[in-house]
Write a new protein. Structure first.
Length: 386
């Protein structure tokens, strides 16, 4: 372009041709200088306030760029590459920005994701692009800067009341905090977070060089084992959210709980209590995906699932079928209390088939509680009113 404009000015002559040459010359020189400018001297940093979030929280990300030399940059187009799970989340400010740094050595921009979806989200890299004012020359480079955040499922504060006894009219609930009979120790076990200091068996601990806790006889078991359905469904996120709320409420009540899910792989958490156990459950629920190809009633056939006789079982699903009710009824007759939570959308009414199946389940002794999205507190409303 320089040679063309110079040749045109030499052969054409006159003010216009030379004015065109001299007007184009600064842009041409800038393009040549820009071609020698190395993008490797740019240092890109992504600043995320924290690594753990709850679903629905906003995320503010600041991207800063530093460089050693004050070379004039007309513009800098920068984009933070998000994982597929974040690309379609509501964004107040986009992760792609056009900056006009000029001679500045440090500059930054911020983007906001309004509502984080549940899951593990990975930040991969940045793409930076610079160029001249009239678009003759561009230079682009990709910077790898990995990052990761974990978004736990959203939960609702539930007032959980454990079901105690069966009567003809239904179930009654205990209003006292779960208690253990500490008057009779039946054995010892390894110490678990949440155990009382007074329960430690110092003789056994000294003998084994590990903290051991007395195992007491329970007057009545309030332990709960939760089984969550991971079959692909449009209500899967509410299923996860309600399961998280239920597990949290049970543990906050003072009872112990376990969890079984079968998605890409089988994951079973033994019945325990304490804050550490709750964190393990929430971590698992943050990463769980709806990829189970096994019907829910087949999941209940898992070997070793229903060994303990004194445990109450709670099933969380968005679909009910006749085989599922038959399996739940069979287990209820053998093992005791089984409650099935059916998750529905906001203001979504059950279909005629579902009403028929609920009637059959009630006749067979299977308690079905319908829970609408966003109204999780109503799940124990009947129990709490007793």
């Amino acid at each position: 372009m320089i040679l063309l404009t110079f040749s045109y000015a030499m052969f054409q002559g006159g003010f216009v041709s030379w004015f065109l040459f001299y007007s184009f010359l600064p842009f041409a020189i800038y393009c040549v200088a820009l071609s020698f400018y190395s993008l490797n001297e740019l240092e890109v940093t992504r600043i995320v306030p924290k690594s753990d979030y709850n679903a629905g929280e906003p995320l503010n990300v600041e991207v800063s760029v530093k460089r050693a030399k004050s070379f004039p940059l007309f513009y800098l187009l920068i984009e933070d590459h998000l994982s597929d799970s974040l690309k379609f989340a509501p964004q107040q400010k986009k992760p792609k920005a056009l900056l006009l740094p000029g001679l500045e050595k440090e500059f930054s921009y911020e983007y906001i994701i309004d509502e984080l979806p549940r899951g593990e989200h990975v930040f991969d890299s940045f793409t930076l692009r610079i160029g001249d004012p009239i678009g003759l020359f561009e230079k682009e480079k990709k910077f790898t800067f990995e990052g990761k955040i974990l978004v736990y499922p959203a939960y609702t504060e539930l007032l959980y009341r454990p079901f105690e006894n069966h009567y003809d009219q239904g179930l009654t609930a205990s209003r006292e905090r779960v208690q253990r009979d500490t008057s009779m120790a039946t054995g010892v076990r390894d110490y678990q977070p949440g155990d009382r200091f007074s329960w430690i068996n110092w003789k056994a601990s000294a003998k084994r060089n590990v903290l051991m806790t007395k195992e007491f006889e329970q007057r009545q078991s309030h332990d709960v084992f939760v089984v969550m359905d991971c079959v692909p469904d449009k209500h899967f996120e509410p299923v996860v959210s309600f399961t998280a709320s239920l597990l949290r409420a049970i543990l906050k009540k003072g009872a112990q709980t376990g969890l079984l899910t079968i998605s890409n792989e089988r994951a079973s958490f033994p019945i325990r209590g304490g804050e550490q156990h709750l964190q393990q459950l929430f971590y698992h629920l943050a990463k769980i995906e709806a990829k189970c190809i096994t019907p829910f009633e087949k999941v209940l056939d898992t070997d070793g699932l229903f060994i303990q006789q004194t445990v109450s079982f709670m099933l969380v699903t968005a679909q009910i079928t006749k085989p599922l009710i038959e399996k739940a009824s069979f287990l209820g007759q053998r093992k005791g209390s089984i409650t099935l939570f059916l998750i529905k959308g906001q203001k979504e009414s059950p279909s005629d088939d579902e009403r028929s199946l609920i009637t059959i389940a009630t006749a067979r002794g299977v308690r079905i509680i319908m829970v609408h999205e966003g109204e999780y507190k109503a799940a124990f409303a009947e129990v709490n009113s007793r």
